[in-house]
Design a protein. Structure first.
Length: 184
């Protein structure tokens, strides 16, 4: 059971109602995380604005792979369920690529490098090695794109932390153990 309160629909401020409406229109439903965030409209706006802005820094499948890798590294079952759903329904990713994403990999070598680097950013708290940077550069990422990978990873860190603190109730099917990474 979620540990933070979800405001009743009639108690959601007008600005937050509009944001929730936009989320619902985009996803086909309003996920529990966003309903919870509506209790603090500034946080709801910050999260959705960040998501919108960062949707332009890397291609969708790379962002999905990063989301899966970061959520796995943080043990966020809610986020893994949500990102699996979004990657499947909107990103056209295969179940194999989703499993690989959770392990910081991908069926695409370039995307695998981005997911692996994002995972290293999380696990090292941003203190990646020179070898980690060399690997992501060798995969063809520019410094500007590396900044994008870091920013996208941090975006998912934020929502992972919110959902882990809240223990947000799943509104999508669970995706298996968050403690076991998929094979590469």
């Amino acid at each position: 059971m979620s540990r933070l309160n979800v405001p009743a629909p009639e108690d959601v401020p007008a600005g937050a109602q509009q944001i929730l409406g936009n989320v619902g229109a985009q996803l086909g439903f309003v996920p529990n995380m966003f309903k919870t965030l509506a209790s603090n409209p500034a946080v709801l706006e910050a999260v959705t604005t960040m998501q919108g802005t960062l949707s332009r820094v890397l291609d969708g499948r790379t962002r999905h792979s990063i989301a899966l890798a970061v959520s796995q590294a943080n043990g966020c079952g809610y986020c893994l369920a949500m990102h699996t759903h979004v990657a499947t329904e909107f990103g056209g990713m295969s179940s194999d690529d989703i499993e690989r994403g959770r392990a910081g990999s991908s069926v695409d070598p370039r995307r695998a490098a981005a997911a692996r680097f994002a995972q290293q950013v999380v696990e090292s708290r941003g203190r990646v090695s020179d070898a980690d940077l060399a690997d992501v550069r060798h995969a063809g990422y520019t410094d500007a794109q590396i900044l994008g990978i870091v920013a996208v990873a941090v975006q998912f860190l934020l929502t992972n932390f919110i959902n882990n603190v809240n223990q947000t109730d799943l509104d999508l099917p669970a995706v298996g153990s968050v403690d076991t990474a998929a094979p590469q």
